[in-house]
Design a protein around this ligand. Structure first.
Ligand code: SAM
Length: 259
């Protein structure tokens, strides 16, 4: 697998941090996936690809519904961990190590491509969307869940970008809802649903630990928080609760259907 700089950074970061994404991680709660699936109509034994599966929370939930699921990720230790969890839960899944920008599957292979809380690491969301369109059957669904920022909140978006990049240098960029919609439309999808939901980051220190943020970068993030512009403070409801710094991510759920 030939990787670019952004892909390599993500692979190294998540291979190192895979132990943090299993049980007890906030991503274990899949209510957002359940809500997104309400906008799809899948056959009972749908063929599903979960791109950038991480600890496997999304893909394993889909497998528990009886679907035929492939868990894919760029970092093999993530896939090993997800496969172990699948075995513990008595779920049968396939795993496949590859980048989100190039898939090793034939055209028209899947009924659903899911991707949750990962696309902000992709070096080329354009290639990811092209590949998603290619491997989906006609009428198949794309379910995207990821951090995002309203299209007209440029200052808050730039602030959050700096925070996320310092916290985890493998962060690439959150895309706005309109950018995702344009990417979908350019690849022959109709957007069925697109909505931002606030999602709580319950503790900045926990968030640092998840990414093993360096102490120098932690200092810089704290400085950015202390001097956050009003727009960011308001949009992300940046505050302190019981000595913990908390804020609310804007999380986008987008469901699109291939023509
Ligand atoms: C936060 S985790 C994903 C969470 C998971 N989807 C869930 O629902 O729990 C992010 C994952 O994206 C993967 N990743 C990052 N960049 C990638 C890329 N370009 N191609 C494939 N996987 C990538 C990382 O290895 C990591 O496992």
């Amino acid at each position: 697998m030939k990787l670019d700089k952004v892909q390599k950074a993500a692979q190294e970061q998540f291979a190192r941090q895979s132990h943090r994404y299993g049980q007890g991680h906030i991503l274990e709660n899949v209510e957002d996936v359940q809500a997104g699936l309400e906008f799809t109509q899948l056959p009972p034994d749908a063929k599903v690809l979960d791109v950038a599966t991480g600890g496997g929370h999304t893909g394993l939930y889909l497998a528990s519904l009886g679907h035929d699921v492939t868990l894919a990720d760029i970092a093999q230790p993530m896939l090993d961990r997800a496969a172990k969890t699948a075995a513990e839960r008595g779920l049968k899944v396939q795993t496949s190590q590859h980048a989100a920008e190039q898939f090793p599957y034939p055209d028209d292979s899947f009924d659903l491509v899911a991707c949750r809380v990962a696309a902000h690491h992709f070096s080329s969301p354009e290639s990811f969307m092209r590949e998603t369109a290619r491997v989906l059957k006609s009428g198949g669904y794309f379910l995207l869940i990821d951090g995002s920022v309203q299209d007209d909140e440029l200052e808050a978006e730039e602030w959050l970008h700096q925070v996320e990049k310092l916290r985890d240098p493998s962060h690439h960029r959150f895309l706005t809802p309109c950018t995702w919609a344009r990417l979908c439309e350019a690849n022959n999808f109709s957007v069925v649903h697109s909505q931002l939901h606030p999602f709580k980051q319950p503790d900045l220190n926990w968030y640092f630990e998840t990414a093993a943020t360096s102490s120098e970068n932690r200092k810089q993030v704290l400085e950015l928080i202390a001097t956050a512009p009003k727009s960011a403070r308001k949009l992300f409801e940046l505050t302190e609760e019981n000595g913990k710094i908390v804020w609310w991510w804007q999380r986008l759920t987008l469901v699109a259907r291939k023509s």
